[in-house]
Design a protein around this ligand. Structure first.
Ligand code: TYD
Ligand code: MG
Length: 458
């Protein structure tokens, strides 16, 4: 019988201590320590360890490997984020807020990988619930041969018994927070349980070559410790995000040992599951009336993909003493900075105005190339002169009002051209990277924000 030991874990970052601490030395948060009872024999329970041969250090040139053949998921967007399919023996974490669509994504993927044997373990839903969801995802009925096994189970020891019985090619576990091991007394979802269960699945994946896809919940501010302590253990961390009020979902790789983290996958949540969106710009641009002021299109890049997004702004006289500033999908401090620049350089008394900013589609944009579109949308609303929906913007703004160059301008201009824009505003310093003769659209290069203002509204 293993000896039980009590440890204290920071529920924020997973830091382990033998005594209770008021402030975590790792992440600096206060009052985050919780007691967890851990039995000291976890290694015993690492199944499949008998199959592992003793490891010997080798010279690197003597290390041989067979070209690992990735397993295609038959979902273009998912494959793109993974770097071309699932790598055998890899451990993958799919994180996201509750209700964002993680179970839907993995069940849908499991259903489309019909040439492999899969085991879908759910600690959250019963087999009947999984079947009901699957029926919604495949309205026309399942393909005749479907080697997808589902089981509702929460204890790892039982899960490994099911694995022995089914011998799957791919394992899906929904969600790691509901799974527990009998070796640890603390409840499912606690730091020690999550760490131990993840390690067991990692061991299983590495020794058998069966890829394991784990689902993990994170809260709105990304604080739940679970996925944080797992990040070191797993081979890839994918994050599924989006605004629940909108249908768009973005799949992002935060870490990927087998591919790039620059790729994103875009989906739309529909009544019968997730639909892939190969051309995001085409639906992010709302069909807009040419006569409305306060909107401008930004040519942004999300990872390696161009995304054209509409920025909407409303500037009005402040009714109350303190003017309001509100931004949806854009950093508030950055907005304040842009307003200060506009006030100083363009001479607008924005200090006495309410300013509201909205990024269409419920997206959150971090690409600094959106700055110029934000500034121009605000100016357009302020002077009440519309900007043509066939003009795009791609530049960053500096503190003195200078229009700064952005990364990969060529890709943005080419995409604007492809989407049928007539003009694109970029920084003067980006111009030498471009050959204007290659595009149909007009490239307007500016060096300070006043120039853009004059070109648009003079
Ligand atoms: P779900 O995959 O259960 O989220 P998670 O596993 O991340 O908690 O999906 C949650 C939402 O998706 C749910 O509120 C309903 C919606 N949904 C659809 O709109 N269409 C569908 O076909 C399905 C299955 C779900
Ligand atoms: Mg779920």
């Amino acid at each position: 019988m293993a000896k039980a030991k009590t440890y204290y874990f920071c529920q924020e970052c997973g830091y382990q201590s033998s005594s209770w601490l008021g402030r975590c030395p790792e992440c600096g948060k206060f009052g985050t320590f919780a007691e967890e009872v851990v039995k000291a024999t976890p290694i015993q329970s690492l199944r499949h360890s008998a199959t592992q041969t003793l490891s010997v250090p080798k010279r690197i040139q003597d290390v041989t490997y067979s070209e690992t053949k990735r397993i295609p998921t038959h979902c273009g967007e998912f494959d793109r984020v993974l770097g071309g399919g699932i790598v055998p023996g890899s451990l993958l974490l799919l994180g996201g807020e509750p209700g964002i669509g993680k179970s839907t994504l993995l069940l849908q993927t499991a259903l489309s990988i019909h040439d492999r044997k899969l085991l879908y373990v759910s600690g959250e839903e019963s087999e009947q619930q999984i079947k009901m969801r699957a029926d919604r995802l495949v309205p026309a009925g399942m393909p005749a041969v479907q080697e997808l096994f589902v089981v509702s189970e929460t204890v790892t020891q039982r899960i490994f018994e099911h694995i022995d019985a089914v011998q799957p090619d791919i394992l899906v576990v929904d969600s790691i927070q509901t799974i527990s091991t009998e070796d640890i007394d603390s409840p499912a979802g606690s730091v020690s349980q999550i760490r131990q269960c993840t390690t067991e699945f990692q061991h299983y994946a590495k020794t058998t070559g069966v890829p394991v896809l784990l689902i993990g919940h994170i809260t709105k501010d990304g604080t739940l410790a679970g996925p944080k302590v797992m990040e070191h253990i797993v081979d890839a961390v994918l994050q599924f995000e989006g605004d629940r009020n909108y249908g768009y979902r973005i799949l992002r790789a935060l870490k990927n040992r087998f591919g790039s983290t620059a790729e994103i996958g875009i989906f739309e949540m529909q009544g019968n599951g997730l639909r892939e969106v190969p051309n995001p710009s085409e639906f992010l641009l709302s069909q807009r009336d040419e006569t409305l002021s306060g909107a401008a299109v930004a040519a942004t890049l999300e990872g390696a993909r161009p995304m054209f997004i509409e920025v909407q702004s409303l500037v009005s006289s402040a009714v109350y003493g303190t003017p309001q500033r509100n931004a949806n999908g854009f950093d508030m401090r950055r907005l304040s900075m842009l307003l200060a620049v506009l006030e100083k350089r363009c001479g607008f008394k924005l200090g006495a105005k309410d300013v509201f900013l909205n990024i269409a589609g419920g997206l959150r944009v971090n690409d600094p190339a959106i700055d110029l579109a934000v500034a121009c949308a605000i100016l357009s609303s302020n002077v009440d002169i519309p900007i043509s929906p066939r003009i795009a913007f791609a530049a960053e703004l500096g503190l003195s009002g200078e229009v700064r160059p952005v990364a990969r301008v060529e890709q943005r201009v080419a995409e604007a051209d492809r989407l049928g824009f007539e003009k694109i505003f970029i920084s003067k310093y980006n111009l030498r990277e471009l050959d204007p003769k290659r595009y149909h659209l007009e490239i307007v290069s500016v060096s300070v924000i006043e120039e853009a203002f004059r070109a648009l509204f003079a």
